[in-house]
Design a protein around this ligand. Structure first.
Ligand code: ADP
Ligand code: NA
Length: 334
């Protein structure tokens, strides 16, 4: 293996938000372009059915649209391996081994499991509970060491490390690497536009809480104009945002879109009222997102081409995953 590998994924559960763009897609393209890693990016369709079963047409369409979102955001299927999870069966095969390595207690402590299963853990799918073991397999079937994600995935990545360490220990091998989460930049956690204490999520039922990557310029401007803020002007230093989550979120979004530090944004806008700052933010968001959404819709006009790209990605991925699964089975005695 020539370069260390980076892996990350997004669920084709429908739609993409500004949070997915800034916390994931934009950084995937940067990782790819840095050239320091072999990059593998994945639509995780097996994960997308853990919360609820989608109709077959919906899932297929979501997967294609997500693939278009990756490419439009700068992930190049020639430079990176771009795949759909179910087309590389070694992910699910390794996940079974990891289901037998991970402990019920570990999984039960995952905050995402607690949040998503809510008050009805008995009625949640077994797949939702086992989700982090499949995620560990997604990463470790490539022996990936570098995983760019948003802040919400931190706990799952710690579990990935625990699974790798327990497997290595139980079998007396040094086979799976201990993965490094890469959670960096101004927008590792883009917040809900109506409540700066909650994460912006594509599964949030209320549309005005999130900016969708396919929103048009008017919708983006309107959502930013109506975003919750406070009556104070922008402070001169980031400390002044500590107790102002809604204000801080808009400054962080601006910073991440403009590739600046939050402090540099304040150097430019200190003293401005939010009415004014929001206009600048909306212009910036439209300038960055519109070319991506038009490229997405152009790519969606040719679904056969998207399927071809994913088919080719799966072939390339399996050159890596088939030998790693074989070695794993050999270690286990299979
Ligand atoms: P969602 O939570 O929107 O359904 P996924 O679970 O598919 O998205 O996550 C895909 C990637 O996007 C992950 O790396 C996740 O950390 C990142 N991500 C999701 N929401 C946000 C957000 N609000 N801010 C930053 N990153 C995010
Ligand atoms: Na998530």
């Amino acid at each position: 293996q020539f370069k260390p590998r980076a892996f990350s994924g997004i669920q084709p559960s429908g739609g993409l938000t500004l949070g997915n763009y800034l916390g994931a897609l934009k950084r995937f393209a940067q990782t790819q372009n840095a050239g320091t890693h072999e990059t593998i990016f994945c639509m995780v369709d097996l994960h997308a059915i853990t919360a609820r079963l989608l109709s077959p047409d919906e899932l297929r369409n979501n997967t294609r649209e997500l693939c278009a979102g990756f490419i439009a955001s700068g992930v190049d299927p020639e430079k990176s391996i771009l795949i759909n999870q179910s087309q590389v069966p070694e992910h699910a095969q390794l996940a079974w081994i990891f289901n037998c390595v991970a402990r019920m207690g570990w999984m039960g402590r995952m905050t995402q499991w607690k949040d998503k299963s809510g008050k009805d853990a008995e009625g949640a799918s077994l797949g939702l509970f086992a989700y982090p073991a499949l995620m560990a397999a997604d990463i470790l079937i490539y022996h990936a060491t570098h995983v760019p994600v948003g802040d919400d995935q931190k706990q799952h990545l710690e579990l990935t490390r625990d699974i790798a360490a327990k497997f290595n220990h139980d079998y007396g091998v040094d086979f799976f690497p201990i993965t490094e989460p890469v959670i960096e930049g101004a927008a590792t956690r883009v917040m809900n536009l109506q409540d700066g204490t909650k994460k912006m999520s594509k599964s949030d039922p209320v549309d005005k809480t999130r900016i969708n990557m396919t929103d048009d310029a008017d919708a983006i401007a309107k959502k930013i104009r109506k975003a919750k803020t406070d009556p104070d002007p922008l402070p001169d230093a980031v400390d002044g945002l500590a107790e102002r989550p809604d204000a801080r979120n808009l400054v962080n979004i601006y910073a991440a879109l403009a590739d600046l530090d939050p402090q540099a944004v304040l150097d430019e806008h200190a003293g401005a009222m939010f009415g004014h700052f929001k206009v600048a933010l909306a212009d910036l968001a439209v300038a960055k997102l519109s070319p991506i959404s038009s490229e997405m819709s152009r790519l969606m006009d040719d679904p056969a081409e998207i399927d071809r790209i994913l088919g080719r990605g799966a072939e390339r991925a399996r050159e890596i995953t088939v030998p790693i699964l074989e070695q794993t089975y050999d270690i286990v005695g299979m």
